[in-house]
Design a protein around this ligand. Structure first.
Ligand code: ADP
Length: 447
């Protein structure tokens, strides 16, 4: 096993990785920007190295400085967390070229799945069901029109390099096509430096259901069930739960089995998430994330597995700690993302945290790097805490989440806690009857 791991990230996920390392007797090296000098991940790590000024492009995305930090600290592995460089295949290659272990999938798999056109082609070849759409990238407005007419409006123009819901345009009818096509290309070019786009049938009222998979890189792979992430705003997840309220045990085993077999065939190494839209009982692959997800604790609560420790194991060449038969999914788990944002306008709300009290008690987990007196910087993502609950069944998990939200105190800044409290009281949420459109419709009605 590794002796010292450099964590190339910040915030709650840097802490999450640190915790797994320390429980395994591994030392940690934090890296940080000047804005994060007094951050919790810096305080808890065994060593900390400043890698640049506040903008992420100069620090958390600064590959030469991160590699230099790993060499100075003599780290033998790098964990990228999520976001930042976690899906940067070139970074993974550079890490390996420096004889440092990369805690993630092979650079080749990151590259394939990072290009959504390639990812769809690969997924199709591996036998996963796809959203109907263009066969690869679409180059011209005329080709886009042909594809849209073949599958019927509405269609979605998506960036091949897309992420975080950017570069996506819904096209309701033929008149809108040319504008949307050009706009999606321009947006993709600006956001990702790569203007390739493809077209998919726009599903009207789907759910977002994703499967957590794990591979050992040598042909063994397992699935750890699904997470339902249909509660979204602007294509961004707000709340995640497992099991999905709409999936039967038989469907879970069938689809999970298909995903695990596909990953075994690829010789995939490490944690991965295969994302699907689900409508009227059918699954449609949309993309694969080759990293740990924000919502991984939901799966940890159900399985009792520590996914970060599992990542460390397979990166060190050890086998998976469980076979598929040994994976048991127990009870129900829900995670809410608490952001430093106004709960109605969603405007970012960085600033000084004047009071902080974390919820506690049975079945409650908080992943957060907050503390009393911490100043949330305006520079990074607004996620400040994840509140996760676990109970025997869904109604009990909802009751527990309600109770835990009442206990949480984050003073001095605005947060999305009131939004989550409101969600808990909605009949559709309580019955599990919601799609990816539901939250935005609710917000539009009430505002
Ligand atoms: P990103 O990588 O930008 O997050 P995804 O492909 O994962 O993009 O899609 C993000 C979200 O966009 C999905 O969870 C879903 O809400 C919506 N979406 C994507 N593709 C479709 C589609 N074909 N029809 C309807 N909604 C879609």
């Amino acid at each position: 096993m590794f002796r010292k791991v450099l964590i190339a990230n910040r915030g709650e996920i840097a802490l999450r990785v640190h915790r797994a390392c320390h429980e395994m007797g591994i030392q940690t090296v934090a890296v940080h920007s000047t804005a994060d000098a007094s951050a919790m991940h810096v305080r808890l790590a065994d060593e900390a190295i400043c890698i640049g000024p506040p903008p992420a492009s100069d620090s958390y995305l600064n590959i030469p400085n991160i590699i230099a930090a790993a060499e100075i600290a003599q780290a033998d592995a790098i964990h990228p967390g999520y976001g930042f460089l976690s899906e940067n295949a070139r970074f993974a290659e550079i890490v390996e070229e420096h004889r440092i272990a990369w805690i993630g999938p092979s650079p080749q798999h990151i590259r394939t799945m990072g290009d959504k056109v390639e990812a769809k082609r690969t997924a199709g070849a591996l036998g996963l069901p796809l959203v109907p759409g263009s066969d690869g990238a679409v180059e011209t407005v005329d080709d886009a029109r042909k594809v849209a007419e073949e599958f019927g409006y509405p269609v979605l123009v998506k960036a091949a390099a897309g992420g975080g819901g950017r570069g996506m345009k819904v096209v309701e009818n033929a008149a809108m096509l040319e504008g949307a096509f050009r706009q999606a290309r321009a947006e993709a070019k600006a956001a990702f430096g790569h203007d390739a786009v493809y077209i998919e049938k726009y599903l009207q009222n789907p759910r977002h259901i994703e499967f957590q998979i794990f591979g050992d890189g040598k042909g063994q792979a397992i699935h750890l069930g699904e997470r339902d992430c249909s509660l979204q705003r602007r294509h961004q997840k707000v709340l995640e739960e497992a099991p999905s309220p709409v999936l039967s045990a038989a469907e879970r085993a069938r689809m999970g089995g298909i995903c695990a077999r596909a990953m075994a065939d690829m010789h995939y190494r490490g944690a991965g998430t295969i994302e699907f839209l689900w409508e009227k009982g059918e699954f449609y692959f949309i993309e694969m994330n080759t990293r740990l997800q924000v919502e991984h604790p939901v799966t940890e609560m159900l399985t009792g597995l520590d996914l970060v420790k599992e990542q460390l194991r397979v990166a060190a060449g050890l086998p998976l700690s469980r076979t598929q038969d040994e994976v048991e999914l127990k009870g129900h788990a829900i995670e809410v993302r608490i952001n430093a944002e106004d709960p109605e306008s969603f405007a970012p709300w960085p600033g000084l945290v004047q009071e902080f009290h974390a919820a506690g008690g049975p079945g409650v987990r908080i992943d957060s790097a907050l503390y009393d007196g911490y100043r949330v910087p305006p520079t990074y993502d607004s996620l400040i805490a994840k509140l996760i609950v676990h109970a025997d069944n869904r109604p009990d998990a909802i009751a527990r989440l309600k109770r835990a939200l009442e206990e949480m105190v984050v003073g001095g800044i605005r947060t999305t806690i009131p939004l989550h409290q409101r969600l808990m009281t909605e009949a559709d949420f309580q019955s599990g009857d919601y799609s990816i459109k539901w939250l935005e419709a609710l917000l539009a009605r009430k505002n």
